[in-house]
Design a protein around this ligand. Structure first.
Ligand code: ZN
Length: 296
């Protein structure tokens, strides 16, 4: 059975028609509308465009907080839904079963089923871009915690009393080891303000000393965060996805080295394998389309 997977982000609403083997047959992308009605109209229109492939269910990967039953979007900072029973509303409107999942969990499920984490038992997924999203899977199940918000690895404290985070805390991992955090670190190293993460990566690739120092700091903080995760969970695999993962060759070895030094029992235990995602920006759509097939 073919299914439709949506990745509903703050700027783009993407949809893909996906086969049982995780192959995308057709996809669409439109700017995310600003009102709930317009967003639901857009989802319905995109499903209609894909109906010739006879999809049997629809999955929504949502960048926001869902209730534990994944029926309601409680809050999503960049989407118009607020305490909205999205699943029931769309099921009725589309006439198809609908499944909903957090975007990082969706991408992790995609990597587990069809990508870099096939066969992994205890493993962790980091999606590093504007911020840091995270997912934890144990024995083939997505771990959500008691109230549906686990795991928030992006908000582990890696620098006590460090940079302010939008979450209200200070020194969170995502303020040091995300794409946007690179600009702050670059400025601290005397580079011009407002550089994009991508620009800093390119300059570092060209051999610029300051940019290389920025990435060394980035790798150190990321490794610190990974060591905390490894101490708590002892995972066999950590997968890095998101926009920053494309440049992993510039910082991943440094992060792994830092993790190996910072972990409890350093030098006397097995470390997790740390690798990069395989499905790229399509992981969320592929993952949630598969969840729609298995859960509805
Ligand atoms: Zn935070």
């Amino acid at each position: 059975m073919n299914t439709v997977g949506f990745d509903i982000g703050g700027t783009q609403c993407r949809a893909a028609l996906v086969t049982e083997s995780g192959e995308i047959l057709e996809q669409r992308s439109v700017p995310t509308p600003r009102t709930a009605d317009a967003l639901e109209d857009t989802i319905a229109a995109l499903v209609d465009e894909l109906r010739p492939h006879e999809p049997g269910a629809v999955g929504l990967a949502v960048a926001g907080f869902l209730d534990p039953q994944r029926e309601i979007v409680r809050f999503a900072p960049h989407l118009p839904w607020r305490d909205t029973p999205v699943r029931a509303r769309l099921q009725e409107r589309l006439g198809l079963p609908v499944a909903m999942e957090h975007d990082a969990n969706s991408a992790a499920w995609g990597e587990y089923r069809f990508g870099s984490a096939q066969g992994a038992g205890t493993w962790v997924f980091f999606t590093v871009g504007t911020g840091i999203g995270a997912a934890l899977m144990i024995d083939g199940r997505i771990f959500r915690g008691a109230f549906g918000t686990a795991p928030e690895f992006g908000h582990l404290t890696v620098v006590p009393d460090g940079r302010r985070c939008a979450c209200g805390k200070r020194g969170c991992l995502e303020r040091y080891a995300s794409g946007t955090a690179l600009a702050d670190t670059a400025q601290a190293h005397g580079m011009p303000p407002g550089l994009s993460g991508h620009a800093i990566m390119s300059v570092a690739r060209g051999g610029d000393e300051r940019a290389r120092a920025v990435l060394a700091d980035f790798a150190g903080w990321l490794g610190q965060g990974l060591s905390i995760v490894a101490d708590v969970l002892d995972p066999e695999l950590i997968v890095l996805g998101g926009g920053v993962a494309a440049d992993a060759d510039l910082f991943l070895a440094g992060a792994v080295e830092k993790m190996g030094r910072s972990i409890v029992g350093a030098g006397h235990r097995r470390l997790p394998v740390v690798g990069t995602a395989e499905l790229g920006a399509n992981a969320g759509m592929i993952g949630v389309s598969d969840l729609a097939r298995t859960e509805t």
